[in-house]
Unconditional design. Structure first.
Length: 108
């Protein structure tokens, strides 16, 4: 009986982590200002010290003046508060003179 309970607990942890990541992706896509946002890379769950899930999102910038340029955002989701915070990744990459790891709009 004890081994059965241990097995259930072991299965619950991965399921909970999957649910947290799914909630993070949903919240980050909803908060994003990009058109047709999608997850560029698998989300990463950092359980300690302050639990947070990082999600890298790509899409097309929405204002017509942006001429459908590809854009990327880094989203940090807090499972405790169920809130998402965004940072424009392409702006951060420009300050570091790094290439953007995003697909062109035709590749979405």
């Amino acid at each position: 009986m004890a081994s059965c309970l241990a097995n259930t607990t072991a299965l619950a942890a991965p399921l909970e982590a999957t649910q947290i990541k799914d909630a993070a992706i949903k919240a980050c896509k909803a908060k994003s200002s990009l058109v047709n946002p999608s997850v560029l890379k698998p989300s990463t769950h950092f359980p300690e010290p302050d639990e947070v899930v990082a999600v890298f999102i790509q899409g097309t910038k929405s204002p017509p003046s942006m001429k459908d340029q590809a854009g990327a955002e880094l989203c940090l989701y807090s499972p405790q508060t169920k809130t998402a915070r965004l940072a424009e990744w392409d702006a951060m990459a420009r300050t570091k003179n790094q290439r953007l790891p995003v697909k062109s709009p035709g590749e979405f």
